[in-house]
Write a protein that binds this ligand. Structure first.
Ligand SMILES: Cc1cc2nc3c(=O)[nH]c(=O)nc-3n(C[C@H](O)[C@H](O)[C@H](O)COP(=O)(O)O)c2cc1C
Length: 431
């Protein structure tokens, strides 16, 4: 069996703006109901987790302005996903709920307390996608002139998770007594200061919040650079990876597992989920036709991809000659994703790279039946541990995947039909 997740890559935002099947998203999006519907459908389909992207800046890299992104509701607006977690938790029974938290700008104490609170409110189903934040504009919103250097961010993140973990451990498991006969609620001898003084962070502790059902919420990570992989191998319970095709995914997995072994970690203690692109049809011909249409629309209008790489890199890609050999790119922002979409395509020019029909992950085109077969074979070839849906979010896509594809996977015994555990981590690490 393999695991399933869904990555909401546009965060708590306006999904599929001005595209077919997006309902009245232009006015409804702030209610979060689309995400609640998604969570409910995923819970019914027994997915492992829903993961919501986040970031805290309005990009203005592309053509030196925020116009394109605001006009197209792309990456902005974006509401804070944290308050959405209890609502998603109430709408579901077993689904893991992962929100993105930046190690760069959450003080460790606030992060530790928020994470624990959400773990309580979801009864042990909270997880956090730890990112270092990648853009100077974010850094400027938090009082810096420039963001910290790429690898230094991961060094800081390493210390950050150390402080947060110690705060989570500052209450012994049996500190809460809640004994009516003695009147004692908590045993003060079992709640300890941490007195942490590191290179980048300092915190006295203890946390004023006792651990939630999981004690340590699930840690998710998605960094693809060597520093990102090293961080993930050390701390993550699950990794979301965007790797090209079976070979890319196998190589990525091999690298993470080798790192984990070096660190003395059991490789089974972290589940790697690979991003997939899915094009589903009633017949194979219909799916292929749909894919052709999508490929054509990408090639005919590369502005969205151009804007995407400007967003990820913080570099204005509109200034490059589209038909010259690919430019050398040095970015302090999202390094691995920028390279994946440009040099990682094997293309010669920027136009070729940005017209690449692949999703940048593992792609499937067909009917639920044909895709289920291919997914099973592909997962066997990669070696584990699961797939991450990354579809543009509409209720149609939710239905196609959770009521179309997943039941077919379930009938073949490829994914779970029911949850066996109460806590998110227990379901995640079950197989
Ligand atoms: C599937 C996936 C999801 C990601 N989600 C986020 C996110 O929500 N917020 C963010 O700032 N970065 C996100 N990233 C970017 C990375 O986590 C990372 O911060 C960034 O790429 C820079 O690190 P790297 O060069 O090690 O990849 C995501 C990356 C991937 C592959």
């Amino acid at each position: 069996m393999f695991h399933l997740g869904w990555f909401v890559g546009r965060g708590y935002s306006v999904h599929a703006w001005n595209q077919p099947w997006s309902g009245s998203i232009g006015s409804d999006w702030p209610t979060g109901e689309l995400l609640i519907d998604l969570a409910r459908a995923m819970d019914r389909a027994c997915f492992d987790y829903l993961m919501i992207e986040d970031g805290s800046f309005v990009t203005d890299a592309h053509r030196g302005s925020s116009e394109w992104h605001l006009r197209n509701a792309a990456t902005v607006p974006k509401l804070d996903p944290m308050p959405l977690v209890p609502l998603l938790g109430q709408a579901t029974t077993h689904l893991g709920i992962v929100t993105t938290m930046t190690t760069g700008f959450y003080p460790p104490y606030l992060a530790a307390r928020l994470a624990i609170t959400l773990d309580h409110l979801t009864r042990g189903r909270a997880g956090f996608n730890l990112v270092t934040a990648h853009n100077d504009r974010t850094a400027q919103n938090f009082g810096l002139d420039r963001h910290y250097e790429h690898d230094l961010r991961y060094e800081m993140a390493d210390e950050w998770i150390d402080v947060v973990s110690r705060l989570w451990e500052s209450w012994q498991p049996d500190a809460i007594v809640a004994d009516h006969s003695t009147g004692i609620f908590a045993d003060h001898r079992k709640v300890h200061p941490i007195d942490f003084a590191g290179r980048y962070y300092k915190s006295r502790g203890p946390l004023n919040a006792p651990p939630g059902p999981q004690r340590r919420p699930v840690i998710c990570q998605a960094g693809g650079s060597p520093a990102g992989i090293a961080f993930a191998a050390k701390h993550a319970d699950t990794i979301v990876a965007r790797a090209r095709g079976i070979e890319g995914a196998r190589a990525y997995r091999g690298e993470v597992l080798a790192r984990m072994k070096e660190l003395g970690r059991d490789p089974r203690s972290c589940k790697i989920l690979f991003c997939v692109g899915l094009v589903l049809g009633e017949t194979i011909d219909e799916a292929r036709e749909k894919k052709k249409r999508l490929d054509r629309s990408i090639a005919e209008n590369i502005e969205p991809r151009l804007a995407q790489v400007s967003f990820l890199s913080g570099i204005d890609f509109s200034t490059f000659d589209l038909d010259a050999p690919l430019p050398e790119i040095h970015t302090n922002a999202s390094r691995s994703l920028t390279m994946l979409l440009t040099h990682g395509t094997g293309a010669r020019t920027l136009r070729e790279a940005l017209s690449d029909p692949s999703s940048g992950g593992v792609d499937f085109v067909g009917t639920p039946d044909s895709i289920a077969t291919e997914m099973g074979e592909t997962m066997a070839a990669i070696g584990g541990d699961g797939f991450m849906v990354t579809e543009g979010l509409t209720r149609r896509a939710i239905g196609e995947i959770t009521d179309g594809l997943v039941p077919t996977l379930q009938r073949r015994g490829l994914v779970r039909r029911r949850y066996d555990h109460v806590l998110f981590r227990d379901n995640l690490l079950e197989f």
